[in-house]
Write a protein that binds this ligand. Sequence first.
Ligand SMILES: Nc1nc2c(c(=O)[nH]1)N[C@H]1C(S)=C(S)[C@@H](COP(=O)(O)O)O[C@H]1N2
Ligand SMILES: [Mo]
Length: 324
Amino acid sequence: MAHSKRKDYEADIKWWDITDREHYINRREFMRKAGTVAAGVGLATAAPGFVQNAFAQNGAFAGLPGSKYDTDEEQNTLKQASTYNNFWEFGAGKNDPARHAKDFVTAPWEISIGGLLANPVKIDVADVIKRYRDKLEQRIYRMRCVEAWSMVIPWVGFPLHELIKDYQPDSAAKYVRFETLWDPEQMRRAARSIQYPYVEGLRMDEAMNDLTLVTVGMYGDVLANPNGPPIKIVMPWKYGFKSIKSINKIEFVEDEPVNTWKKAQPREYGFYSNVNPERSHPRWSQATERRIGERGRRETLKFNGYGEWVASMYDGMDLINRYY
Ligand SMILES: Nc1nc2c(c(=O)[nH]1)N[C@H]1C(S)=C(S)[C@@H](COP(=O)(O)O)O[C@H]1N2
Ligand SMILES: [Mo]
């Protein structure tokens, strides 16, 4: 797959160059109405069925370089990726996030980075993006949900290890723990069968793996509301539920975090949750999957096909009976 070159990326003023994202969007709207924005760079108009992210701007992250991890399998469409979702804070139905996250307010958005490190901080996502903009790339990853469906999605982000290197956790930190915003006011439709805030975690070597992506965009734009804006973590070799959305807390910790789905159903969902066709879910096989938009089923690949980069992290571990 050819790696696209950075083009015109530096030229345009983006929302993260301006302190207040909402103010920026309003300013664009104003300029659009005033007719001063050239054709093609105004706010996206909603096509039927297309989820209009309140903050969508055509190509916020267009023209980024690709990566050596990119799959050349056919990509799912933005419409598919933003109308068939699990984001239980907005309801348990696949179309619920598209319907109920329309007005999700994701700016300003502060993340706290703390736990076992010398200098805990609170930082707005706009400043995170500014800080790591030279590290941003597009990553076209397979995404395999534990429910045995999958998609191919072009994400935009930077490796988590860049951030970990900068914030220098203590050597006592063995895991990273993530939390999603929990705002009952905005999330009135939240499914009741799990606890909030949604929690996930990674062992430190998994967090440092180059595939682990701090994700701020998709399809060359910001994350659509159903996909967990303004910032999420994506690990393509793990079941989708590990890829926690709309993060507002990152903590370096000593003990293995208790992740939401393990807490809810420990027999069915574990901490590691690596894609593994050899370990059936107690209620269904994981040997095959349904690619959204395709007929028939595909074979599921161990580690979702990313084994060459991740398998060695689990040498000697029983991934079927113990560390699932
Ligand atoms: N906070 C939060 N994160 C979440 C979920 C959720 O319900 N809440 N669902 C998970 C599941 S089960 C999947 S498959 C992926 C889906 O990500 P996508 O909608 O961006 O494809 O998000 C994961 N992250
Ligand atoms: Mo999932």
